[in-house]
Ligand binder design. Structure first.
Ligand code: HEC
Ligand code: HEC
Length: 206
């Protein structure tokens, strides 16, 4: 009962933060530790329903063997008695990624802005199709549109490298790594080059 109340108020908090913002997916920006302490610890401290315990490196190492990406996807979509998003639909994929990184590393994890290593290297086109075009196809929230040279031209005046940097670190309402912390620097570079080359601009980053 006590847990239910905490969960409900967390949800309301997160929900009001979202309601106040025009950019739901970007509203919250909690660290892995914050998410784990407030949401995941409820089951993962005690091992409730068979949840792997925080700090049980053997249990986590075994699960992480299937790849951090797969673990993260399972935590986001839910698996057996693990509820999707730990039962908090308001948590963003990025926050979930950070929380998983934090738990798997036993709390040593990963600076929030740093990518976890990708299990496989996706091509620029794959990354763009899987993630970036969600905003960049339509120009959502002012994103420069794929294939629209007028949108990209002013941004390209200093070349492609600064664009890669801002796509990795985030830039105004452009979320760091497009909101997916598990995209590597190499994947981000490939994605930006793909986007920029589609406009007819020269994709020549070093
Ligand atoms: C209501 C209880 C509950 C909460 C809250 C919860 N988990 Fe879980 N979690 C579980 C259980 C149970 C499992 C084991 C599922 C299984 O493998 O059968 C699990 C498994 C996992 C796994 C391993 C998945 C795999 O593929 O092996 C990850 C990663 C995970 N949880 C992350 C999280 C994160 C991150 C949060 C917080 C945002 C969270 N969990 C909150 C119950 C919970
Ligand atoms: C949630 C929406 C969203 C997603 C997903 C997204 N972007 Fe963006 N992106 C934006 C917005 C909005 C801007 C414009 C930000 C600004 O300049 O104010 C932007 C700008 C950019 C820029 C230009 C930055 C600059 O310095 O001018 C690049 C490059 C970029 N995005 C790359 C990517 C890549 C690569 C991905 C996929 C991994 C991606 N974006 C996914 C919304 C998004």
């Amino acid at each position: 009962m006590k847990k239910m109340k905490i969960t409900a108020s967390r949800f309301l908090l997160a929900f009001s933060a979202i309601a106040l913002s025009a950019a739901p997916a970007l509203a919250a920006d909690r660290s892995g530790k914050e998410v784990v302490d407030t949401v995941c610890a409820a089951c993962h401290t005690t091992g409730k329903d068979g949840a792997p315990k925080i700090g049980d490196q053997a249990a986590w190492a075994q699960r992480a063997a299937k790849g951090l990406d797969k673990l993260t996807v399972n935590a986001i979509t839910g698996v057996r008695s693990m509820p999707a998003h730990g039962g908090q639909a308001a948590l963003t994929d990025l926050e979930m990624t950070r929380a998983v990184g934090y738990m798997v590393s036993g709390g040593k994890a990963a600076d929030a802005k740093k990518a976890v290593k990708s299990a496989k290297q996706r091509s620029g086109q794959q990354v763009v199709e899987e993630r970036c075009q969600e905003c960049h196809a339509t120009g959502k929230q002012g994103a420069p549109k794929l294939g629209d040279m007028n949108d990209w031209k002013p941004r390209l005046k200093n070349g492609v490298d600064p664009l890669i940097k801002s796509a990795i670190n985030g830039h105004n309402s452009m979320p760091a790594r497009g909101g997916l912390a598990n995209l590597s620097d190499a994947e981000m570079k490939a994605a930006v080059e793909f986007m920029v080359s589609k406009t007819g601009g020269a994709a020549t980053s070093k």
